[in-house]
Ligand binder design. Structure first.
Ligand code: HEC
Ligand code: HEC
Length: 386
């Protein structure tokens, strides 16, 4: 069994019968005082805000109907929606607040505090349930990479052990570099221990001294599930690289999880970032928008088996006329993209003019943009492909 702060648990234990009481008075006997506070914030503020701006599409459209029904039934469905759009572990990172303009509008800035206030109250209500288990890794103060390749004395690999959560011998490792207002982590990797490893929804949190801990503002790994058998190769988490805005190298990092466990034998397949697992789906878009630019700027190293670059990211096959061979290159490159946050894909961060640790850099921001804009069209197509 998986352990964790499951919203499924919440919805069965705490909200058991509320689904039937649509918008009406609440049966106080079933609710803790904290839950009543959360329900009031929902009814008075959060639901009206969502109803005005979001329900027109999110009540019924397939795969995004996280606001079905009304009243408390809507609240229950929204809290239980997977992949989570409300994150009780990190309320302000909740995707309903951070989504921004998309096919629908961004939340109006005066509505965000109302909905955030509701989520914070839900967090307190959830905390008042005895069943909650917080899954939090030990703290690690990142050691910085100042040059060389990962593993060099000048480029230490940071290790967060997962033993305290029951995963003896398993770790998450990464290489860290500071940027002006952020921490750039690379090679974020899950290493299964002797029991294998299953993790769900890791959330990076920074702990500045004297103030509240700050979670990843994007909640970027909201849909990550990794399931590695004992002895399996370590797996990078969503391409392995990410920029954590507001994180400082001077502060500790911990990782929160929705679930941590030994390898789940009944789970289907290796389990990973779902988008990447399936590989490239839109090879035509890859050919039209990305292949030529990758060929020009990256292939001399990354498609050359004699160059270590090809073991970091293999682009071997990029120039092949055979679609099956080309797809292998495309699959490898796709693993280094971040479809939730496209500009922060590794393939754009690595060759950025400011990244001193990659052998090739675009000369300036304009050149990076000339690469990033067309290649992003392909990543967008991969993200939106059925
Ligand atoms: C005109 C239709 C429309 C409206 C209105 C709309 N959305 Fe969306 N929303 C979409 C579509 C289509 C998607 C799926 C594609 C995407 O992720 O951009 C989506 C996706 C999302 C997702 C990601 C869902 C997931 O599971 O990945 C979130 C979060 C979201 N919307 C929040 C909102 C919020 C908050 C509002 C109101 C302020 C809103 N949307 C209003 C059409 C809409
Ligand atoms: C001059 C050779 C060279 C060129 C050109 C080059 N790279 Fe690299 N790249 C490397 C090497 C070497 C590594 C492995 C470094 C290491 O082991 O960390 C690497 C690593 C990477 C990584 C992985 C970084 C990580 O987080 O582990 C990415 C992503 C990447 N390159 C993308 C690109 C892209 C995109 C281009 C083209 C725009 C490009 N590279 C062009 C040499 C090159």
């Amino acid at each position: 069994m998986l352990r964790g702060l499951g919203l499924g648990l919440l919805s069965t234990l705490a909200f058991g019968c509320v689904g039937e009481i649509v918008g009406g008075p609440v049966n106080t006997e079933e609710q803790t005082p904290e839950q009543l506070v959360a329900i009031k914030a929902w009814t008075d503020n959060a639901e009206p805000a969502l109803r005005n701006a979001c329900v027109s599409c999110h009540a019924s459209q397939l795969n995004i109907n996280f606001l079905p029904g009304e009243g408390l039934a809507m609240r229950e469905a929204l809290l239980a929606w997977a992949p989570a759009v409300v994150n009780l572990d990190a309320p302000s990172s909740s995707r309903i607040l951070t989504k921004g303009p998309h096919s629908g509008p961004a939340f109006a800035s005066d509505k965000i505090p109302l909905v955030l206030d509701w989520i914070q109250k839900e967090k307190i209500a959830a905390g008042s349930l005895e069943e909650e288990i917080i899954l939090e890794s030990p703290a690690v103060r990142p050691q910085l990479c100042t040059g060389g390749v990962p593993g060099d004395l000048t480029c230490p690999i940071n290790t967060i052990p997962l033993d305290s959560m029951g995963l003896v011998g398993a770790t998450i490792t990464f290489v860290a570099q500071p940027t002006e207002s952020a921490l750039y982590l690379q090679r974020i990797t899950l290493n299964p221990g002797p029991s294998g490893a299953y993790i769900e929804h890791p959330l990076f949190v920074t702990f500045p001294t004297g103030v509240e801990p700050k979670p990843d503002t994007l909640d970027r790994y909201f849909n990550v599930k990794l399931n590695l058998a004992a002895g399996a190769a370590p797996a990078m988490i969503q391409g392995g690289a990410a920029v954590f805005v507001g994180f400082s190298a001077l502060d500790d990092i911990r990782i929160h999880f929705k679930a941590v466990d030994v390898f789940q034998a009944e789970d289907t397949g290796p389990g990973t970032d779902p988008g990447a697992a399936a590989g490239c789906k839109v090879l035509e878009s890859f050919k039209a928008n990305a292949r030529g630019l990758l060929q020009t700027s990256c292939a001399s190293c990354h498609a050359n088996p004699a160059n270590v670059a090809s073991s970091a990211v293999s682009m071997i096959g990029l120039d092949s006329p055979d679609d099956l061979v080309l797809k292998q290159a495309c699959d490898q490159i796709l693993l280094r993209t971040n479809r939730q946050d496209i500009p922060n894909s590794s393939i754009f961060l690595a060759p950025a003019p400011t990244n001193a640790n990659h052998p090739f850099r675009f000369a300036d921001a304009g050149q990076l943009e000339a690469f990033r804009t067309p290649v992003s069209l392909w990543i967008t197509d991969e993200r939106d492909a059925p």
